[in-house]
Design a protein around this ligand. Structure first.
Ligand SMILES: [Zn+2]
Length: 453
């Protein structure tokens, strides 16, 4: 190419790159194109990977934003958004495409807030967890879409009723003072879940996610765990029993961050239903078993909430721009929530990171563990906390620390080796129980009334 032509071609490429994503519904091929377009426009801060394939062989693509795509940097938290788990709940899918393009464009423009967010956070965006169901729903289109058409995957399974039921195991183990985190999976779990669920479980097991949201439709509310009520006598699907986690206040704050940054979610009256502040405990709305949200909390370090984003599960294209404007600030503000509480390194006396160290906060019976490099993240509200780090073969270390409202406090733990070694104990020991018998008690149902989450 002639040297004088280069700036001209460069300018044209920039113009082309700036072409905005249109407010249209994206079928699978178009979704893939849209993701790769963003990736080509922001090649240095993005990466696309697939976590597996759907029943019909479609890729479950994730777009990652980071200053070092593909690499976990110690002390940089991992965040995720998952959309379209129910194939006919499509707004989340389109919003996540819009968000991807927005992050890329604003980064290129030098927007300070977005640049900082991408530099300090590793953001994973999966616009569709159920691409097969989406195609079924999209064939019918927005106007004639049935209330359940395309909700399930190609095997007819509701993916948000398909995760191993760890709640029952946790409620049982709580009675015997067992662990409240990283509950072990039933032995035969792989044969009991769908390909999409399997892919997600393997995904969330291999990244140390700290915070996430999964996006649904059919109501407008930010829903937080637990989704499943403990008392099985309250099995009706409406207005069951508030079932808080040990992190209830934090979850309420996370949910409010979204609802108040959203144009109308916080007002409470939406779709003929009322939720104070636009938030709800899942089980107090209607109890559901084997959901993804509770699974994240009980099996991993990730705090997940469920966002119900529109009354109409498959809104017409004319409504997409208004919906994007209503959700844009909330989608960004929620990612920023990953930067709070405490984080730090757990290391030995030679400064080698200790993976799998347990971080316990006095008064909150839910622990988190350090990642492969020894870094840990513990979301907390402002306050003063007594925190203990413990790891097999080391002496536990306890510190008192104060958490402010803004950036997370850095609290590092250097652990000394234990003088007298105890016999090796499995992490999360004492939970071996008859999983099969417990699992059998749970009969998941999806009634027409409880078909949002
Ligand atoms: Zn849903």
């Amino acid at each position: 190419m002639a040297r004088w032509l280069r700036p001209l071609v460069g300018a044209l490429l920039l113009l082309e790159g700036a072409a905005a994503l249109s407010f249209l519904h994206h079928r699978y091929e178009e979704l893939v194109q849209a993701l790769f377009r963003v990736q080509s426009q922001c090649p240095y801060v993005t990466r696309i990977y697939s976590i597996g394939r759907s029943v019909e062989g479609r890729h479950l693509y994730v777009l990652e934003f980071s200053d070092y795509p593909g690499i976990h940097e110690p002390l940089e938290p991992e965040f995720k958004y998952v959309g379209n788990m129910h194939g006919n709940e499509v707004l989340g899918r389109e919003l996540l495409l819009q968000l991807s393009e927005f992050l890329c464009e604003e980064y290129r423009r030098g927007n300070e807030r977005i640049t900082r967010l991408i530099h300090d956070t590793r953001i994973h965006i999966m616009p569709s967890m159920n691409p097969d169901g989406y195609e079924v729903a999209a064939k019918q289109g927005p106007d004639s879409n049935g209330y359940l058409t395309g909700r399930n995957n190609a095997n007819g399974v509701d993916l948000n009723r398909n995760f191993p039921d760890l709640n029952t195991l946790m409620y049982y183990s709580r009675e015997i003072s067992g662990p409240n985190h990283h509950i072990p999976l039933p032995d035969n779990w792989k044969s009991q879940v769908e390909p999409e669920t399997l892919a997600v479980i393997q995904w969330i097991s291999s990244y140390n996610f700290v915070l996430s949201a999964n996006l649904h439709g059919g109501a407008v509310v930010a829903n937080y765990p637990y989704d499943k009520s403990q008392d099985q006598r309250f099995r009706s699907h409406r207005r069951t029993v508030n079932t808080p986690t040990p992190d209830d206040k934090l979850f309420q704050k996370l949910a409010k961050t979204y609802s108040y940054a959203h144009s109308w979610m916080h007002r409470g009256w939406n779709c003929g239903d009322y939720f104070a502040d636009g938030i709800t405990n899942g089980a107090s709305w209607y109890s559901l078993s084997k959901g993804m949200q509770d699974f994240n909390y009980l099996y991993t370090n990730c705090f997940e909430i469920t966002l119900e984003l529109s009354c109409n599960k498959f809104p017409p294209e004319e409504d997409l721009e208004r919906q994007w404007m209503a959700n844009r600030e909330a989608l960004v503000a929620f990612i920023e929530e990953v930067h709070q509480g405490i984080k730090g390194m757990v290391s030995d006396e030679n400064n080698n990171g200790i993976a799998g160290a347990v971080i316990s906060v006095q008064g909150i019976s839910h622990d988190v563990t350090s990642g492969d490099m020894g870094d840990y993240f513990r979301l907390l509200l402002p306050g003063t906390y007594t925190v203990t780090a413990s790891a097999e073969g080391y002496q536990p270390l306890t510190v008192t620390t104060t958490v402010g409202p803004a950036a997370p406090s850095l609290v590092h733990f250097q652990l000394k080796q234990e003088v007298v070694r105890k016999p090796a104990e499995r992490k999360a020991s004492g939970t071996r129980m008859n999983n099969k018998a417990l699992q059998k008690k749970v009969v998941p149902r999806a009634t027409r009334r409880g078909t949002q989450r």
